[in-house]
Design a protein around this ligand. Structure first.
Ligand code: UD1
Length: 416
């Protein structure tokens, strides 16, 4: 199994380009199931989750061709299964995003239940209740969710904002009969990106990025040409790295509005943040101030940057707190950070970090995607050699992280 070897401490300095957002590309790829002709996507990141989604789409009758950072998707037109099997879904929860489009286009879908994952139980009940409100008949049997029926527009209020649920319903309602009004929707930038693609395919959507979204269902959706937005979580990870290592990092192609809660925090803790049209620069020379943080749905602080922020706070001068309100089990990186010398106490979904701690390199185990990133960051400030094991988690969402860190002057290598 591959690992990352990091020699620290180091200072990140330089400019890097950023790749397309995995979390935007996954629903956009699922939406290609709705198109009756070719969809051309640009800025598609070359990460493991995308390869898994492309395999799933092939299985469901959409073939793909990769040309650099572009992917062309074509419906094969043959009779294809309406089923997302366990083998594909188990490696990636986002597979459940094919449920809405399959059902809307073919009147039937059978998708393996994704189950929980390292960071929490992660049910899909809110997706299913919403599909039922649209007229689907939903049954759960033998570990699969099966949905059938002709979808009709309706008014539905999500009990809580859910990113995947909002995306699934946006796709389903785009081919339902009549008008759908969705309330209490998630407002993440990735949802706006999906709506942009659906609109280019012929859907009529109003309010994406707001709590209430109105969708006029269409009989058919066609091909489109679409560019995926930049990955705000990857951007955020490297910018945190700049503040952490007293470095100076510019991320090209970044969108500051998508990163506002992080940029505000970086400014508060004493880093210098410069924003221009399509680049963000973060510099830090002095000591870091401790600042508390609470994860929340967008436009709050993203849970996907919580672990990385915690690594940063291990170097702040004083006590800071982190409260995780989105997932119930997202502190698995903490014992590993503590093994490296961090002083962190956990009480349920609340953590208290006493800084600054001098971290020292050792072997650490990645437990999930964002936890892996936080351990790599910790390795950059730790004294000596850090070995991050199980980086297949990292490869699910970060495109060649070691190359980008090398471009910034870090001594990082991938070893077998
Ligand atoms: C997406 C992101 C993930 C990010 C998360 C929160 C993708 C592929 N993944 O995940 O990286 O961490 O948003 O920003 O885009 N919930 C329910 N029932 C449901 C659905 C969700 O109880 O039917 C709960 C979840 O357990 C969680 C919360 O709602 O506690 C938010 O989940 P949700 O927004 O749906 O996250 P995902 O779409 O799974």
């Amino acid at each position: 199994m591959q690992k990352l070897r990091i020699q620290g401490p180091t200072r990140l300095q330089g400019t890097i380009p950023i790749s397309g957002a995995k979390n935007a590309a996954l629903p956009v790829l699922a939406a290609c199931l709705l198109a009756d002709s070719e969809v051309e996507l640009h800025n598609v990141p070359a990460v493991q989750d995308i390869r898994t989604m492309l395999r799933l789409l092939e299985h469901l009758g959409v073939e793909n061709e990769r040309l650099g950072d572009a992917v062309i998707l074509r419906p094969t037109g043959c009779a294809n299964p309406d089923e997302a099997p366990y083998d594909l879904v188990k490696t990636m929860r986002a597979s459940v995003l094919v449920l809405g489009p399959l059902l809307a286009r073919r009147g039937h879908a059978r998708v393996s239940l994704p189950g929980g994952c390292a960071i929490g139980v992660r049910p899909i009940d809110l997706h299913l209740t919403a599909l039922e409100a649209l007229g689907a008949e939903v049954t759960i049997e033998h570990g699969y969710v099966e949905a059938r029926g002709r979808l009709r527009g309706c008014r539905h209020r999500f009990l809580n904002p859910t990113v995947g649920g909002t995306e699934n319903l946006l796709m389903a309602a785009s081919m339902a009969q009549g008008t759908t009004v969705l309330e209490n929707c998630a407002r993440e930038p990735e949802i706006i990106d999906l709506a942009r693609l659906l609109t280019a395919m012929g859907a009529v959507i109003e309010g994406a990025g707001e709590s209430t979204i109105t969708i006029e269902g269409q009989d058919r959706l066609g091909g489109a040409n679409h560019t995926i937005i930049p990955d705000r979580i990857q951007d955020g990870t490297y910018l945190i790295g700049a503040a952490l290592t007293r470095g100076d990092v510019t991320v090209e192609g970044a969108r500051s509005a998508d990163l506002a809660p992080l940029l505000e925090k970086l400014d508060e803790i004493g880093a210098q943040v410069d924003v221009s049209k399509d680049r963000i620069r973060v510099r830090n020379e002095g000591p870091l101030k401790p600042r508390g943080m609470i994860t929340e749905p967008f436009p709050g602080f993203p849970t996907d940057l919580q672990a990385q922020y915690m690594t940063l706070m291990t170097q702040a001068e004083g006590v800071s707190t982190v409260s995780e309100t989105v997932f119930e089990n997202r502190f698995q990186h903490v014992p590993e950070l503590v093994r490296m010398g961090a002083d962190i106490r956990i009480d349920g979904t609340y953590a208290r970090i006493h800084g600054p701690s001098e971290l020292s390199g050792t072997s650490v185990m990645a437990t999930d995607l964002r936890a892996s990133a936080c351990l790599v960051l910790a390795g950059l400030v730790a004294r000596g050699e850090t070995l991050v094991h199980r980086i297949y988690h990292l490869d699910r969402g970060y495109e060649r992280m070691e190359s980008k860190l090398q471009m910034l002057g870090a001594c990082v290598e991938r070893i077998n």
